[in-house]
Design a protein around this ligand. Structure first.
Ligand code: 1PR
Length: 541
């Protein structure tokens, strides 16, 4: 099989990139020293996370002169995400660290005054009337970043570059740039489904010719970030010791009849693949028992991720048990080490639940100071904020009047058992079994300050009820933070997704039971959203 060379430095989830390359018929050879670069015919520079961190890693290992030489010699070069950013002159993310300066321009942070940052999700890479390296104006690609190169019409084009652009709110930015042997993408082609695999294949096959698209031949997708639809799989071992996808009613996963067995709704890898094929924009696995008695290296979720990432080319999130812990042989293992194991196995994001609540409590007790020692801070400083999701498991506490509590309250249209019209949302830990004296607003503000990049907002009152999402909870959380929020719990039909996207500002919505029980497919949800005029990624086969 033909080979492509990948630069090996700490850069998040490279397993998916390897899988994507293999999927289109190539093998990967690792470059582990600057001298190795000379033997590369085709070279790929991956990268995700912090610009300064990645550039410093590459530069202190002395790779920069070799990369420059490779590019200048005219050999094929592809940069992904920070691999694109590296070719520009620098980034506001770390102004002290220079880029290679091969392309003119600097990165700036997205404006978060009226939209969520990081920019996470599916957006265009529109080359208008040109088609190069398999990029299509009709496709959407998966982005995850807080810094962008602003697009200035004509500037790079006048230097011979072909530029693909995307729009986020009012900001138009560069999604990909190509010229001759060089292709760099801000989006992750390895996470962009069939559209992304096509770009990787075109690069590997050296298909850099620029075709002009005849007017009307290709219909461009609507501009902007799509609404994300996420399928979630709660995974645990059942009483027979098999690893199954299960689903609770308000977090109770045992059948009400037939001996109270753990509900078994199917096999994790097969179900993830099915949802990918139905057009899910992301797949989330929650390990809801954390497999307490198992050595960490044998965690069944690692194998599930490895197998899933071989055939699912959209982002994968893994949650459950991400905290400092002690292995079965007594060795101390940090949350960062556990996260690293997951990233190496194919996860793009880790989701932290209980540990985030405990860390937030300490944050407030310590007078809102950060010491860099929490799992959120440690993982986000190495892998970037976008790699750290905080999963929140709140439940309603009704009160007769807001003055009764110190917590952030809302007035609700859904009165409590004694007619109460006010409530607050208490955070829980250990899968909802323990309620803490912390409200959701306190939690999400604290974890945003620590460096979380996204909130997975469950709701115990709504979980498994099929009665729709809790808009009051979503509104309260959305107005407290500027990082993206995923609405979760309560989805029972496609109309519930339409409602949550049109009535709240949520960035994404997640469903579980309705998909697992086969009541609706992800495709039906997305078709319904599209029919109602909401922008979704169309599935390409
Ligand atoms: O605390 O870091 O070990 O993480 C544990 C993780 O496992 C948390 O993310 C927590 O939400 C999750 N979890 C723990 N116990 C349960 C349980 O159900 N007994 N599941 C559980 C949480 C909620 C959602 C569910 C949506 C949508 N599941 O993931 O998928 O509510 O369901 P629906 O569409 O069917 O209504 P840590």
């Amino acid at each position: 099989m033909p080979k492509v060379y990948l630069l090996d430095y700490v850069a998040g989830n490279v397993r998916s990139l390897v899988n994507a390359i293999e999927k289109v018929g190539y093998t990967v050879e690792w470059i582990r020293t600057p001298e190795d670069v000379a033997k590369a015919d085709k070279l790929i520079l991956p990268g995700v996370g912090h610009f300064g961190h990645c550039m410093t890693q590459i530069s202190s290992a002395n790779y920069l002169p070799a990369i420059r030489k490779h590019i200048e010699s005219g050999k094929p070069f592809m940069g992904i995400c920070v691999g694109l950013q590296a070719l520009f002159e620098g980034s506001a993310e770390d102004p002290t660290v220079p880029g290679l300066g091969i392309i003119k321009g600097r990165l700036e942070r997205f404006d978060d005054s009226s939209k969520s940052v990081p920019h996470i999700g599916w957006n265009s890479a529109n080359t208008s009337d040109k088609q190069v390296y398999g990029l299509r104006p009709s496709s959407k690609y998966y982005y995850v970043h807080s810094y962008k190169v602003p697009y200035r019409p004509g500037e790079l084009e006048s230097q011979g570059w072909t530029v693909a652009t995307a729009r986020y709110g009012e900001e138009e930015f560069i999604g990909a740039v190509a010229k001759g042997n060089i292709l760099v993408t801000q989006f992750h082609p390895e996470k962009s489904g069939v559209a992304g695999l096509r770009v990787i294949k075109a690069f590997l096959e050296g298909d850099s010719k620029i075709d002009t698209i005849v007017n009307g031949e290709v219909k461009a997708a609507k501009e902007g970030l799509t609404k994300r639809v996420i399928a979630c799989l709660d995974v645990r071992t059942n009483d027979q010791g098999d690893l199954v996808v299960t689903k609770g009613d308000q977090y109770d996963v045992r059948e009400k009849t037939s001996g109270g067995n753990v509900r078994n709704l199917g096999k994790p890898v097969e179900m993830a693949r099915k949802y990918y094929e139905q057009g899910a924009d992301e797949v989330t696995f929650l390990n809801i028992t954390s497999f307490r008695d198992c050595p960490l290296a044998d965690l069944p979720m690692l194998e599930i991720l490895r197998r899933t990432s071989e055939s699912v080319f959209v982002p994968l999130t893994i949650g459950g048990g991400i905290r400092d812990t002690t292995d079965t042989d007594g060795t101390k293992v940090s949350a960062l080490e556990i996260a690293t194991m997951y990233f190496k196995s194919g996860a793009d994001k880790v989701s932290i639940g209980s540990d985030a609540v405990l860390a937030a409590e300490e944050y407030y007790q310590g007078g809102k100071k950060l010491f860099g020692n929490t799992a959120i801070e440690q993982i986000s400083s190495v892998y970037g904020n976008q790699a750290v999701v905080v999963s929140v498991d709140p439940k309603r506490v009704y009160i007769s009047k807001p003055a009764e509590t110190r917590h952030n309250t809302i007035s609700t249209k859904f009165p409590g058992p004694n007619g109460e019209t006010a409530c607050w949302y208490a955070c829980t830990i250990k899968g909802g079994r323990e309620t803490r004296d912390m409200d959701v607003v306190e939690l999400v503000k604290a974890v945003e300050a620590m460096g979380a990049g996204e909130i997975l907002l469950n709701c115990i009152d709504k979980d498994g009820t099929n009665s729709g999402f809790d808009f009051e909870l979503i509104d309260q959380v959305k107005s407290a933070v500027s990082i993206p929020v995923i609405a979760s719990s309560g989805a029972g039909n496609p109309g519930h997704f339409e409602e949550v996207f049109s009535k709240t500002k949520t960035d994404a919505a997640l469903g579980a039971g309705m998909f697992h029980r086969g009541e609706y497919t992800v495709k039906q949800v997305k078709d319904h959203l599209a029919a109602k005029g909401l922008m979704v990624r169309e599935f390409e086969s």
